[in-house]
Design a binder for this molecule. Sequence first.
Ligand code: DGL
Length: 281
Amino acid sequence: MKFNNSPIGIFDSGLGGLTVFKEIRNILPSEDLIYFGDTARVPYGNKSKETIIKYSSEILEFLSVKGVKIVIAACNTSSSLALDDLRKKAAIPVFGVIEPGAKKAVRVSPSGNIAVIGTAATIKSRAYSTAINKEISFLTIDKNLKTNNHTKIIEKACPLFVPLVEEGIINEEITKSIIKYYLSSLIAEKPSCLVLGCTHYPILKGLISAELGRDTEIIDSGVETAKAVKYYLEENNMLKKENKNGSELFFVSDDIDKFKELGGKFLKRPIENVYLTDGIK
Ligand code: DGL
């Protein structure tokens, strides 16, 4: 296929999508990757559906012009509210992060309560509940898997998590207190798993896990998305045909230095090749 050696496009409202980027890099070391972080307009999680579709569509256009073979909306907010629209507009496959996370949650927890945390926009859209219920019906009907019809899905918006992560306020007492504040009502429901329904949240995973305790498995949608993308590229004969290490290019809509500094913490290594784009307003 002529697109094999084209890059993979990955985008987020800011830095959070780097958690997905990291998983894609680990699982697909030869692929060329182009990341776009809309750092001038983050956060998306408190914006309207119309605005999120507009911003996401502009980024899709930007990445398409760069010649990517697929696009990954490495942002739960964009995946919840703009994915259908992006798929209609795009000439290439567009992946979101909701479905892979929802599928994993049902497999891990076929009969227990499932908790989901995300931005206000993601939770309001109920995209996870819809995807989880769809997967439960699919497994019950088609695979005869025993699921408990009474599985409860508890969704909770945690709007302060994104600014804490974007500001690099991670291992601080204030962060622990805010995590406790948001999670206490979920813990009372004794969920058997909790989906990190925002790509910023894996950065807080250690603290979230400490608060939840051992009986609740944490699901990172980014990890599941990377596996789904790899499977798709293999099945469609779209993997890069060269074995050398893939290249990396990063574009941001604001403040290269801050992206390099904080992004380096996300990837746990220095970030090179970051460019300010004038292509996005
Ligand atoms: N990282 C994004 C997500 O996964 C959202 C952050 C934001 O509010 O922009 O939802």
